[in-house]
Design a protein around this ligand. Structure first.
Ligand code: PLP
Length: 500
């Protein structure tokens, strides 16, 4: 299988090359030339397999230039009991009749990003070796909070790779910030950017596209890659858990072979929900993909109107990992729904860049609306959902997953569609203790406490344990203190690499 650019002006490459490069040279995203299919018997056979075996089967369909041994090594290094605190890796937990939460946060950093970032470093070093790479790889990451820590954990002390993470100075939770600035490892750099996530992401994109910068690295035996969800090596592991969830529902007798399900995904950069879309295209019976946003609801509007317009105020919310106005992975969806019309995609992306908006044609809009349903939740609604689910089901939601549950309720109200549903749960509630505690304990009883004391109060109140990875992080030494304006991000990278 070959990967080409969603914008059409770059040569097609095998998976190893696409993963090593991260982003296509024309600024587009690497996309597969076709979507492999998975049949009903295979899905049934998955029922008896461990997560890692399911992952091997699915990755081998996409990474056809990898040997079975290479894939097995990558998968086993990632999805094991040393890194994940639940044997099923991505367990399904019933919330109410016919509705399941898929917990995607049992990895080392307690957010769903671990599902991909535990394996990406192995895919990347394998890709580098396969392509005869001798340069050192410098991974650049812009994070809205969770990617940064997950990437740091995945890449720390990996030979032949260095990693630089940029996060928006005031756009992440105290716990997220603390997780990053206490990061150990001999090949890691963390810096705060004066700006929001889009500033950080644009800064990284500009560095990638800067020929002079690339030349400087090349002359020092280095080249850049990306661990953001624009990297195909992050997307493909995410497809696995949707297939896995379907296999679990089948094996558990909750659905019969061929029965359709709905999938709800709290969405920011559109990576996670895009993986569910690819799973659907592979033949997993998925009826509706429900795209849940917070009040940065650029995607809700896009799904409803066909107009993508980022010219609006950026709002900080209690679901900061979804505070995004430019959802990069939407580009891959557009490539699929236009029947691989890279010229169209390139034009829309140019409009987005130059005018801050684009509008797709009716046919594309209808195709999207046939699969996707979009909705959003305000912070107040999100908190009310956390409280009501806690009171009614005894299940503790994080703020992002709560956006998903709220939008799912809106979807039910609008459609009356009671198809069996999976709601992707993207973070452990203790990553966002303050907002979760405010929702169920009330702000009055938390006044004067910092986020760490609040986590303890939440633990006492709910009896749900703080995960080991988050316990006592306030006591770890701070190792990274760099803060920079968005124009200086390139400088920060060069200084860290000690090249002029
Ligand atoms: C990254 C993230 C999201 C958004 O996922 P996308 O793939 O960017 O759409 C949602 N929730 C949490 C907790 C996240 O970390």
């Amino acid at each position: 299988m070959m990967y080409s650019s969603s914008r059409g002006a770059a040569e097609a490459v095998p998976a190893a090359q696409a993963i090593k490069m991260g982003i296509a040279p024309d600024g587009g995203l690497f996309v597969p030339d076709h979507i492999p299919q998975i049949d009903s018997d295979t899905l049934t056979s998955f029922g008896k397999m461990f997560y890692a075996e399911r992952a091997e089967r699915i990755l081998s369909l996409y990474l056809q230039d990898f040997s079975p041994g290479e894939i097995a090594r990558c998968v086993r290094a990632a999805y094991n009991s040393g890194s994940f605190d639940d044997a099923s890796i991505a367990p399904l937990v019933p919330l109410e009749a016919g509705v399941f939460v898929q917990e995607l946060w049992h990895g080392p950093t307690c957010a769903f990003k671990d599902m991909a970032l535990q394996i990406l470093p192995h895919l990347m070093t394998t890709s580098a070796a396969k392509t005869g790479e001798t340069d050192e790889i410098v991974v650049l990451v812009a994070t809205s909070g969770d990617t940064g820590k997950a990437a740091l954990e995945g890449f720390k002390d990996v030979d032949g790779i260095r990693i630089v993470v940029f996060y928006p100075q005031d756009g992440v939770s105290e716990v997220q910030k603390r997780q990053m600035v206490t990061q150990t490892g001999k090949n890691v750099m963390v810096a705060a950017v004066e700006g929001n996530f889009d500033d950080a992401q644009n800064g990284v994109k500009q560095i990638f596209a800067d020929p002079e910068f690339n030349g400087k690295l090349a002359s020092h035996g280095m080249k850049m890659s990306s661990a953001n969800s624009i990297n195909w090596g992050r997307l493909v592991p995410q497809i696995v858990y949707y297939v896995s969830a379907y296999a679990d529902l089948l094996a558990g007798g909750h659905i019969s072979p061929g029965e359709e399900i709905n999938v709800v995904v709290p969405t920011g950069n559109f990576g996670n929900i895009l993986a569910a879309y690819y799973a659907r295209k592979m033949g997993i019976p998925i009826h509706r993909l429900i795209c849940a946003s917070n009040i940065n609801y650029v995607l809700t509007e896009f799904i409803n109107s066909g107009i993508y317009d980022r010219r609006r105020d950026f709002a900080r919310t209690i679901s900061p990992s979804m505070d995004i106005l430019i959802s990069s992975n939407l580009e891959r969806l557009l490539f699929e729904v236009t029947g691989h019309d890279a010229g169209k995609v390139a034009n829309w992306m140019r409009d987005l860049q130059t005018q801050g908006r684009y509008e797709v044609d009716d046919e594309v809009k209808q195709q999207i609306q046939a699969v996707f349903w979009g909705g959003y939740a305000s912070d107040e609604e999100t908190k009310a959902t956390i409280r009501s689910v806690w009171e009614n089901s005894g299940y503790l939601l994080d703020t992002h997953t709560a956006v998903g549950v709220n939008v799912y309720q809106k979807y039910l109200g609008a459609s009356g569609d009671h198809t069996v549903t999976i709601i992707a749960s993207t973070a452990n509630p203790y990553k966002f203790s303050q907002s979760v505690a405010e929702a169920i304990i009330g702000s009055d009883r938390l006044s004067g406490m910092d986020e760490f004391a609040i986590a303890q109060a939440l633990e006492e109140y709910t009896g749900k344990p703080i995960p080991a990875a988050l316990r006592d992080i306030e006591k770890r030494p701070i190792l990274h203190r760099t803060v920079c304006p968005k124009q200086a991000m390139g400088r920060v990278v060069l200084d860290y690499l000690q090249i002029g």
